[in-house]
Design a protein around this ligand. Structure first.
Ligand SMILES: CC(C)(COP(=O)(O)OP(=O)(O)OC[C@H]1O[C@@H](n2cnc3c(N)ncnc32)[C@H](O)[C@@H]1OP(=O)(O)O)[C@@H](O)C(=O)NCCC(=O)NCCS
Length: 175
């Protein structure tokens, strides 16, 4: 599914396009990844995710260059957003929002459940996810090895979109 040919989504009057991520994008992905994260993914991790036929991997392109990407894996009935990043000079233009919107559009299932982990200190990402209907539903203690920071586990489900946590597994869990 990661290489499916679907119509690209656009923002900024069409200057940013969201399309499927492909293997030739990976050198630019690695550059953005290294600028965006203190502990970047390896190339092998991206290759593995792109090789999964059930996942959705998206690229946001601006002026012919990669501006951001999103990696989402499917585990049975749950979509796990594994990685989202927008290049440092391109943040705040709506590209992260557009990548998430394109993900929901491609999953095309109103009952879909999405989950992700995010650093507790990552206010911008948490704001973006909450604005999109994700809700914090648990904590993974010392999840990030570089500084021992906790991860907030967030879910976006039919119930979180309606203001509850009824269809979220183990809400409030800490492990
Ligand atoms: C998190 C990230 C993907 C968001 O992408 P983005 O393209 O910058 O986000 P958008 O422009 O779509 O903005 C989303 C929201 O965050 C807000 N926002 C964006 N950058 C902001 C900043 N620097 N300070 C405060 N708010 C900010 C926007 O105003 C918007 O909120 P609004 O709709 O209520 O106005 C991007 O900042 C990023 O790549 N960060 C580094 C990597 C990272 O942390 N990834 C997430 C890992 S879980």
């Amino acid at each position: 599914m990661s290489r499916q040919l679907t119509a690209p989504s656009t923002i900024d009057g069409g200057s940013v396009q969201v399309r499927s991520l492909t293997y030739p994008d990976l050198p630019e992905v690695m550059s953005i990844e290294r600028r965006a994260f203190p502990t970047p993914w390896s190339l092998a991790m991206f290759v593995l995710e792109l090789s999964k036929s059930s996942g959705i991997c998206l690229a946001a392109e601006s002026a012919g260059r990669l501006a951001g990407y999103l990696i989402c894996s499917r585990y049975e009935t749950v979509w796990h957003v594994m990685n989202v990043a927008v290049d440092v000079g391109q943040q705040g233009r709506g590209i992260g929002s557009a990548l998430l919107a394109a993900l929901y559009e491609r999953v095309a299932d109103p009952d879909a459940r999405y989950t992700l982990e995010v650093r507790r200190s990552n206010d911008v990402a948490i704001h973006l996810y909450e604005r999109d209907g994700f809700r914090p539903a648990g904590v993974r203690r010392r999840y990030y090895q570089d500084n021992g920071e906790d991860a907030l586990v967030m879910w976006r489900t039919p119930d979180t979109l309606a203001g509850g946590l009824g269809d979220v597994p183990n809400p409030g869990a800490s492990w």
